[in-house]
Design a protein around this ligand. Structure first.
Ligand SMILES: Cc1cn([C@H]2C[C@H](O)[C@@H](COP(=O)(O)OP(=O)(O)O[C@H]3O[C@@H](C)C(=O)[C@@H](O)[C@H]3O)O2)c(=O)[nH]c1=O
Length: 182
């Protein structure tokens, strides 16, 4: 597997080795030892796997839990998404900075987003099946949504003038409000 750095040093792109033959392909999607050695550099325990399916134009996010922050390892089973991580760690020199990466069934890329980041994605294909591993459990009482189009964050979402949003995601917090609360 190949690990590719992003503009945010703690957020990594992972490209698994894909073995093609006449039957199709095979790949390891997660291997603990390699993951800890090459990606996080420390023991990392996942406790929950999630699966969501979304139609074209859906935008989910930007979500995070505080406390109970979740590291997330994201991959796409079918379709294509623009996946975004925002550094919301007040002590970080990258506080408020974001990175966006295309993950698709054809590039097989995964995104590692550690604890302390908000996460969201926009669906670029007709549908998208997403699976992700999380380092902490779902705690609805600790869940926050940052406004996907917050002007201060300035995320450059592709072709997403009026995305399909959940009710919760239509009324996200501004980054300014979140900053004032931490
Ligand atoms: C996230 C989550 C939701 N649910 C339930 C609550 C709700 O009734 C239903 C749909 O939840 P949501 O609308 O929050 O689903 P969704 O908008 O897909 O939320 C997800 O968005 C992406 C961007 C993330 O990063 C995830 O961590 C998660 O926050 O599923 C769980 O039971 N367990 C979970 O871990």
């Amino acid at each position: 597997m190949k690990v590719i750095n992003t503009d945010l040093p703690d957020v990594k792109i992972i490209e698994p080795q894909v073995f093609m033959d006449e039957r199709g392909f095979f790949m390891e999607t997660w291997q603990q030892q390699k993951f800890e050695e090459l990606v996080t550099g420390k023991p990392t325990q996942f406790v929950q796997d999630n699966y969501s399916k979304s139609v074209a134009g859906t935008l989910r996010g930007l979500h995070f839990q505080s406390p109970h922050s979740q590291g997330k390892l994201i991959r796409v089973l079918s379709g294509k998404i623009f996946d975004v991580a925002v550094d919301i760690r007040p002590q970080s020199e990258y506080f408020g900075k974001w990175v966006g990466v295309c993950l698709s069934e054809s590039n097989h890329r995964q995104l590692w987003i550690p604890e302390g980041f908000a996460h969201g994605f926009y669906v670029l294909s007709e549908t998208a099946d997403l699976v992700y591993k999380c380092t902490d459990y779902y705690h609805p009482e600790a869940e926050f949504t940052l406004q996907w189009d917050d002007s201060e964050l300035g995320i450059n979402w592709p072709n997403s003038e009026s995305p399909l949003l959940s009710e919760k995601d239509q009324t996200g917090l501004s980054f300014k409000k979140w900053k004032e609360s931490v």
